[in-house]
Design a protein around this ligand. Structure first.
Ligand code: ATP
Length: 238
């Protein structure tokens, strides 16, 4: 059986200009896997994600997506990644409809298929009557829903989701988790950073625990708890 590695990070050293944050990060996300990226505030989760999506350039190490090393001078890998940021990124001057059209263009999607998907997603998140509204003015949770809709309109094989649960209502959390499950069954891989371990435990296949810019341990939540005795019911104690 061939295991496909959708995302491979080996010996990544990086951070913000002069400030090294990531000291040596190596881990993989396999085809069809949902991996939870966990760790205390400041452990380096968002910084790791910023390297994967190409916002930051590694000082050392390699990031591969479907076997291909990502490089600054070839941006095509970005179409392989659907990214849902913690803080929604929306354009002040674009309507919801225009945000979806922008996604369709950026990812080179078939317009008819993509809009079919979008209509369904908009209904799920109760945004179907807001196509002519400007989402930059929406509430935080509604903005997040717009980012979710746009991410799931793409058929990117790798989804990167940064702390999705803060600010989303329980119904939306449930709907997001169902969508993730669906994409996983279609073979997509998901890397999700979160502090919501109770929820994540039920859905994640594996966890990568970051501590001080390094991978401290990876495995199931039970394996993590076994390897780190003294850790309470919840990994929030680490
Ligand atoms: P959280 O759970 O709070 O989201 P995190 O694990 O995502 O935390 P990061 O945001 O990756 O942590 O932060 C890792 C380190 O990088 C922290 O020490 C932080 O101060 C530093 N850092 C984050 N953003 C910047 C930046 N733009 N410039 C310089 N340092 C930064």
């Amino acid at each position: 059986e061939v295991t496909i590695l959708t995302l491979e990070i080996s010996h990544l050293v990086g951070g913000y200009s002069q400030i090294p944050v990531l000291k040596d990060i190596s881990f993989d996300v396999r085809d069809g896997e949902l991996v939870g990226l966990i760790g205390l505030n400041g452990a380096g989760k968002s910084t790791t994600i910023n390297h994967i999506i190409g916002l930051l350039t590694p000082q050392k190490g390699i990031i591969k997506i479907n076997g291909v090393t990502i490089k600054d001078d070839n941006q095509s890998y970005k179409q392989q990644i659907a990214y849902i940021p913690e803080m929604p990124i929306l354009y002040q001057e674009l309507t919801l409809r225009e945000h979806i059209n922008l996604t369709i263009m950026a990812y080179g999607l078939d317009e008819k298929d993509a809009w079919q998907k979008a209509d369904k997603l908009l209904k799920t998140f109760r945004l179907e009557n807001k196509l002519d509204w400007f989402p930059a003015n929406f509430s935080k949770g509604m903005k997040q829903k717009v980012m979710i809709v746009c991410a799931f309109v793409t058929d990117a094989p790798l989804m990167i989701i940064d702390e999705p649960f803060l600010g989303l209502d329980p119904l939306a959390v449930h709907d997001l988790l169902s969508l993730i499950e669906e994409r996983k069954h279609e073979g997509a891989s998901v890397l999700m950073s979160t502090h919501a371990l109770d929820t994540a435990e039920k859905y994640c296949d594996r966890f990568v625990l970051l501590h001080d810019g390094q991978v401290k341990i990876e495995g199931s939540l039970a394996e993590l708890q076994e390897a780190l005795p003294g850790v309470g019911e919840s990994l929030d104690d680490i």
